[in-house]
Design a protein around this ligand. Structure first.
Ligand SMILES: Cc1ncc(COP(=O)(O)O)c(C=O)c1O
Ligand SMILES: N[C@@H](CCOP(=O)(O)O)C(=O)O
Length: 472
């Protein structure tokens, strides 16, 4: 399998190459040269497989040429063995039409673990083929950071630098990152938003003094969903859920709390691979650039507004570029120009082809704070389910989307409510307990560095603390 950049000028790479590269050298994101496609019989034959085996079936076409099936199987078994639920991503029925797909049974209690437990092992596996060293630079609005740190803490050939917006993640989220005491883990709180952090991370990939791919000293890679391997692993749970609800013979709709557009783009990939999906419902909070883009074609980023669903406080959704590339005719040169315009103006209009292509599968909705709280209260009272704020935004959108009542609607439950105890308690009166393995989180010592939100400050810090690559 070969991968090409959405901006058309970076060299095509294989799976190992894109996993270690993270972002393409032309600033674009890697996507498969063409989508692998399963027949309906092949999908039907996946029903009932254990999660790790399903993961092998779904991901093998993407890793072909870089991993044997046995290597992939070993990595999946180890990754999904770290989950606290045998089903890995269990489905919970709410009523006749609605289900929750619980994606928070991994080590750090958010959907990010599903991909990052695998990605940490993929990095180590590929690094063992050379004696190189990897520098991970990532941005987080709360969940990616802790999941990535858990996945690579203590690994010898990896340094990880995670930037989070100071004061804009929950205390549990921050402590999950900053209490990990391992020499290769570097937490940085920046003065700014997630968007600022993400922009600086992307800039470092193209910094000739830093990135080995551009002549610099460090082999930099990504743990955010700009890294293709992240998305690939998230495709699997769409198959897992649909197969339990009668797929592929029956279509299923998914409501996805959305920020960086990675999770819902994984649903789009599942559809491109042949999984019958009725609709993908993109659920945003008041940081609603995606809702505006999908409903009116206006992709313009305002200032990020802090909310009780902080992980979705994002205005520049990196993976939207992958969708625009695919539905807009896969014209990397034209998209590179369109994205340059967006980077300069923080605004752009979708083309008619992009709007029509997106509307074939995507619907969107926006839930403000009041709608989010009302849905949390409703779920507690009507279903006895305590939802985290992000999941509540997904469920609000699921209930409002007007999906045919005969079609099951699965809301992705992206985080455990105990990650956001203040918001949950204020709305439902329930104080959600952390699992016992994390019971001492508030007794552990924190360590992190506060830096101004300027690129130079971040670059200098990384350059001082990272290990140089052997081919730099
Ligand atoms: C709990 C939670 N829900 C939803 C999202 C949004 O997911 P995505 O960025 O893949 O759209 C995030 C962050 O990414 C998250 O941490
Ligand atoms: N919500 C994320 C933000 C980054 O998203 P990613 O999926 O691209 O890593 C977070 O919690 O960090």
């Amino acid at each position: 399998m070969k991968y090409v950049s959405t901006r058309g000028s970076a060299p095509p790479l294989d799976f190992e190459g894109v996993t270690l590269a993270g972002l393409a050298s032309d600033g674009g994101l890697y996507v498969p040269e063409e989508w692998p496609r399963f027949s309906q019989d092949e999908i039907a034959a996946m029903a009932g497989l254990p999660y790790a085996e399903l993961a092998v079936r779904v991901m093998a076409p993407f890793t072909a040429g870089s991993l044997s099936d046995d290597e992939l199987r070993n990595l999946c078994q180890a990754a999904y063995g770290s989950f606290a639920h045998d089903a890995v991503t269990p489905l919970v029925q709410l009523d006749q039409q609605h289900w929750l797909l619980e994606l928070f049974h991994g080590p750090t209690l958010a959907f990010k673990d599903v991909a990052l437990q695998l990605l940490g092992r993929l990095f180590e596996h590929f690094l063992s083929r050379s004696d190189n060293h990897l520098t991970i630079v990532g941005a987080t609005s709360g969940d990616t950071g802790s999941a990535a740190i858990d996945a690579v803490a203590g690994r010898e050939r990896i340094d990880i630098f995670i930037l989070h917006p100071d004061g804009r993640v929950s205390d549990v989220q921050r402590r999950q990152m900053t209490t990990v005491q391992a020499p290769n883990v570097h937490n940085i709180a920046i003065d700014g938003s997630f968007d600022d952090a993400q922009a600086m991370v992307k800039r470092m990939f193209n910094d000739a003094d830093m990135a080995a791919s551009n002549g610099g000293c460090f082999r930099i890679t990504a743990v955010n969903s700009i890294n293709w391997a992240r998305l690939m692993a998230q495709v699997v749970y769409y198959f897992a859920a649909a197969l339990q609800l009668g797929g592929p013979q029956r279509k299923v709709a998914f409501a996805v709390p959305t920020g960086n557009f990675g999770d819902v783009f994984a649903g789009y990939v599942a559809a491109r691979m042949g999984l019958p999906i009725e609709r993908l419902i993109v659920a945003t909070n008041v940081n609603d650039i995606l809702h505006r883009a999908l409903s009116t074609g206006d992709y313009s980023a305002g200032t990020v507004t802090p909310t009780d669903a902080p992980s979705m406080d994002i205005q520049v959704s990196s993976n939207f570029e992958r969708l625009l590339f695919d539905v807009g005719g896969r014209d990397g040169v034209a998209l590179a120009e369109q994205m340059r315009g967006f980077e300069a103006d923080k605004a752009m209009q979708l083309t008619n082809a992009q709007r029509d292509g997106a509307s074939a599968l995507f619907t969107s909705a926006r839930a403000n704070a009041e709608a989010m709280r009302a849905t949390m209260a409703y779920a507690a009272e009507r279903y006895g389910q305590i939802l985290d704020p992000h999941t509540a935004i997904g469920l609000a959108a699921a209930r409002d989307a007007g999906i045919d009542p005969a079609v099951p609607v699965v809301t992705l439950a992206t985080a455990h409510p105990a990650k956001f105890p203040d918001a949950v308690k204020a709305t439902t009166g329930v104080n959600p307990d952390l699992p016992t393995r994390m019971g001492d989180l508030f007794d552990r010592e924190e360590s992190f560095t506060r830096l101004p939100g300027t690129y130079d400050a971040i670059r200098d810090y990384v350059a001082e603390h990272a290990t140089e690559s052997t081919d730099g």
